[in-house]
Write a protein of this length. Structure first.
Length: 204
């Protein structure tokens, strides 16, 4: 009798074990949440006081983002990697640049002129990126400041002059932006344009 009861309980336990759904157990370790190191933004509606010129600036900035991020709205730097805004680089960066802005700010690439310079506005983009990279604690170098004109919404010390013209390598090298990832984790710069404001965020 005792054995019969034990057998019944055992069979019931086996039945319930296989019939009742078990909670899924993940075998994959949870990925650490991204940490925001720095984030800044400016409006693309106040790049210049003249609306025609402002729209040229805005279009050139958005085009430069597409080139720079390969249409992903993201630049990713692994530990030890270096980004330069264009590919004319100073001697100390020769052979050490892993990613660039992928364009030369020319009309052939779709950049527009406001009557003064083709590609006007890319300095504003570089300045915002420099500000974020500096605040994120990355190694940065911007040899030539943008002191000849203000960059609205960006503190003056972060203004960056960008220039890339054929046959003017020495001038181009000095008017560039260099960012190196000195962290032990991959850093991503995320670009977000909401129709008015452009935000760049550095996360790891």
């Amino acid at each position: 009798m005792v054995y019969t009861i034990i057998a019944l309980y055992f069979n019931l336990w086996v039945f319930l074990w296989f019939k009742i759904p078990k909670p899924a157990v993940s075998l994959l370790a949870k990925k650490p949440a991204a940490i925001t190191l720095a984030s800044h933004q400016f409006s693309l509606e106040d790049r210049y006081h003249n609306s025609f010129v402002n729209n040229i600036f805005k279009d050139n900035i958005l085009l430069a983002i597409r080139y720079t991020t390969n249409n992903t709205n993201k630049i990713t730097l692994k530990p030890g990697e270096t980004f330069a805004f264009h590919d004319d680089v100073l001697p100390q960066y020769q052979g050490k640049v892993d990613k660039t802005g992928n364009s030369h700010f020319s009309s052939n690439e779709g950049y527009k002129s406001d009557g003064y310079l083709v590609g006007d506005g890319v300095c504003h983009l570089a300045s915002l990126l420099y500000w974020v990279a500096k605040d994120a604690g990355l190694n940065t170098l911007a040899p030539t400041r943008h002191d000849f004109a203000p960059v609205p919404d960006v503190p003056r010390q972060y203004g960056v002059s960008i220039y890339d013209a054929a046959g003017k390598s020495m001038s181009n090298e000095l008017q560039n932006l260099y960012i190196s990832n000195n962290k032990n984790r991959t850093i991503a710069f995320l670009f977000n344009y909401d129709g008015k404001n452009l935000t760049i965020k550095a996360v790891n």
